[in-house]
Design a protein around this ligand. Structure first.
Ligand code: AMP
Length: 401
């Protein structure tokens, strides 16, 4: 089976074509700046192999349909095509951010599914409408090919009420659907299963704390294969500290800033999402730049790393309490996979919880799953590259079987 995975944003469209017999990536790339004066398209056939062919185009790309059409022409084209007919694609998997309470698993898209996704638009106004647009374009360009929606919230739908409810008037949960949903679910699901495989266990046999540290950061407590708590909330602003997002703060701070800085609630919301986190502390939001600044003696940069690591460490402790017994901790995503300095700082002084990192094994980047704990560590610590596209494609294959 060949599965095309699409992640449509408001002005971008990421895509990946996978051969599910081998799980090899046939094509990947991104269409960006859709609707702007000059758009850009990046296309890679057979990426990361000797046969890699890369094409970059810079031209106006009016809308998502035009962008997808350009991609399809390349996929089936002479220059760097990998198939001859769009009908060779057996399914299209779509990343949809907010499934709300309507979706607890992936599903084949029909009109009622699209209506239910649209019903969740108020909960994810920047994402769900764009995801729906991706589905509409796929339906138009690949008539007859099944579309599968895979939700970012789905893996977290197993959380018990005591974990997902906020201590607000209960009616607000029913009236406005205010609750913790959690995000990055596809990544947490993928790495929690992959670590079980690496340990020679079934997901149902182990408890795992998954630590997804990228531009957005989130953590999950996974008990016997099921998520029982996660750090992001009703929106992806909550939880640990992120590149530009504050993570958890005292909620009274919102009104305090609004009043004292004469800002609207929307402006404070932007401040918390775009001007806070690592950037808020040291003006930089990419960990690579922050480490370089630390090396040059920048104290704010050092403080930002310390705050970042401290919050992740605290949440590991919280989830150890939630799970009772932890078999493994998994680091993933841009920072989790690549940043040995942040990982070391997070795992420092956790031997009381049975977590002991081997600093030699932790050093450097490997690009593949590897263990970084000492032989004596009760809890295993792993670094596992996430693969949300493969997880989405696997779910599409499962559903269509
Ligand atoms: P992601 O959202 O998973 O693509 O992660 C993106 C983030 O990963 C970037 O903003 C960087 O902060 C971080 N990152 C990527 N490579 C490295 C690296 N070699 N060392 C530290 N951080 C990295």
């Amino acid at each position: 089976m060949k599965v095309l995975v699409i992640n449509a944003g408001s002005s971008s469209l990421k895509y990946q074509l996978l051969n599910m017999e081998t799980e090899a990536v046939m094509v990947n790339g991104i269409v960006e700046r859709i609707g702007e004066e000059v758009g850009s398209l990046t296309y890679k056939a057979n990426p990361d192999t000797d046969a890699e062919k890369k094409i970059v185009k810079k031209e106006p790309i009016a809308d998502h349909k035009v962008g997808m059409h350009m991609v399809l022409d390349l996929i089936t084209g002479e220059e760097a095509g990998v198939i001859s007919d769009p009908k060779e694609i057996d399914a299209i998997g779509h990343r949809v951010v907010q499934g709300g309470e309507a979706f607890t698993s992936a599903c084949i898209v029909d009109d009622s599914v699209k209506a239910a996704i649209a019903d969740n638009n108020p909960l994810a106004p920047l994402h769900n409408p764009a995801n729906l647009m991706g589905i509409d374009v796929a339906e138009e360009l690949f008539p007859g090919t099944p579309n599968v929606a895979v939700f970012d919230t789905e893996f977290h739908s197993s959380m018990p009420e005591k974990a997902f409810l906020y201590a607000l008037p209960y009616d607000l949960y029913k009236e406005l659907r205010i609750r913790r949903y959690g995000f990055h679910g596809t990544s947490h699901k993928y790495v929690s299963r992959k670590v079980a495989e690496c340990m020679g266990k079934k997901p149902e046999e182990i408890n795992v704390v998954t630590v997804h540290l990228g531009n957005g950061c989130s953590m999950a407590a996974v008990e016997k294969g099921k998520c029982v708590d996660t750090s992001m909330g009703m929106t992806p602003l909550a939880g640990v500290m992120m590149g530009t997002r504050s993570g958890d703060i005292d909620p009274a701070i919102v009104a305090y800033i609004a009043e004292n800085k004469n800002m609207s609630v929307a402006e404070v919301d932007t401040l918390l999402n775009k001007q806070s986190g690592l950037k808020g502390i040291c003006q930089l939001n990419d960990m690579r730049d922050i480490h370089a600044a630390v090396d040059e003696g920048n104290e704010k940069a050092k403080l930002a790393v310390d705050m970042f690591a401290y919050r992740v460490k605290k949440t590991i402790g919280a989830y150890a309490a939630v799970l009772g017994n932890v078999d493994a901790i998994v680091f993933t995503a841009g920072i989790g996979e690549n940043d040995d300095i942040a990982r070391a700082e997070i795992c420092q002084n956790l031997s009381g919880l049975g977590i002991e990192m081997d600093m030699d094994k932790n050093a450097g980047r490997k690009g593949e799953p590897h263990a970084v704990h000492t032989d004596a560590s009760k809890v295993q610590v792993w670094v596992i590259p996430t693969n949300e596209e493969l997880q989405i494609a696997q779910e599409a294959v499962e559903l269509l079987k």
